[in-house]
Design a protein. Structure first.
Lengths: 177, 177
DNA sequence: AGTAAGTTAGAGCGATCGTTCTAACTTAGG
DNA sequence: CCTAAGTTAGAACGATCGCTCTAACTTACT
């Protein structure tokens, strides 16, 4: 049921996630298993949030943390879903706090990892505070994948390859010493 | 009428922009002046798009282009509206192409300006291609203001001050020689 | 004053939504 | 086989939406 809701979001947007549509695709009764449509959305957010938290934790603990983080954050599917969920949260107060708490937790993990690792990457933490680097990573990844998904065609291949080269250099520097 | 539509978007989201709501707030008949609700959205996008294009052109032509760009991109009101418009475009095909064409044009202006200025800022254009820098600027500004607006509370003051310091250094470098 | 054009008021239509409700169906345990 | 619990089918209600339509109102010109 949660899978179906996500699939509908990706295909036709969050507004298409209606009780009738979900019931038609799953054969299950939404209001029986969840009390409310809001509850369904909350469940989707919670599951996806937990998964993302785990993926981000793995990425930050991998041998090339920044690269793994970048790969995770620039996954087009994830970005599309994030857009839909945040857009839905914008008009569903019940979702707002859920989304916010996951966003906070992810950012906390990232900042904590950066505090430990920035110097290894040869980045001065005074000049580029962890919070700034984290927000930049997420924002850049989001902007790139979203522009791509929306067909804005803003030279995203150049952005992607430029970022790959930058990551090559950073990861080389880190493993270098 | 366009003002009212934008105000409603900012206040209650794009889904609240209905014919009855707009008519109630303006005393004008939506379907008379615009044929369709889609046409109203298109008009909003076109006007806001033109305004933004002009603002970005001014910013890029100012004495401190990067700082002006940053200030413009990190305006919370603009980000909030951008979210609503892109979200609306997600489910209104008529808007998609309009939004995309403005996004393309803005990015084109930015890249063109960066090609001219990156070296003045002491940034190697081979290492950081203009398209990458442009996407990073927009993405970072968006992530920061949106997190702030959504109450994610992800240390945005630290991000903002860090960016200001970074811009101070860049603009000083540029005016230096 | 009279007339024509521009505009709004307000009812109404068909569609869809969330939600509720009752009857029917499925399934497992005795 | 029967019963009880779990679950779905499908109708229904009230609300809201985009949109259309007709009658009324405003405005400007002759």
């Amino acid at each position: 049921m949660l899978d179906a809701a996500e699939a509908i979001m990706l295909e036709d947007g969050y507004a298409a996630v209606t009780s009738r549509r979900v019931e038609a695709e799953t054969g299950l009764k939404v209001h029986y298993h969840f009390g409310t449509i809001d509850d369904l959305f909350v469940a989707v957010v919670n599951r996806r949030g937990e998964v993302n938290l785990a993926l981000m934790a793995d990425a930050l603990a991998s041998t090339e943390p920044l690269r793994a983080w970048w790969r995770l954050a620039s996954d087009p599917r994830g970005s599309r879903l994030l857009v839909e969920i945040t857009a839905a949260a914008n008009h569903r107060p019940a979702l707002q706090s859920e989304v916010a708490s996951f966003a906070r937790e992810v950012r906390r993990m990232q900042v904590q990892a950066l505090e430990r690792m920035l110097s290894e990457y040869g980045i001065d933490a005074d000049e580029f505070p962890p919070a700034l680097v984290a927000t930049a990573m997420q924002g850049l990844a989001f902007a790139m994948t979203y522009d791509q998904a929306s067909g804005f065609d803003t030279a995203q291949d150049e952005v992607a390859s430029g970022m790959e080269r930058f990551l090559d250099r950073l990861e080389a520097q880190r493993s270098g010493d």
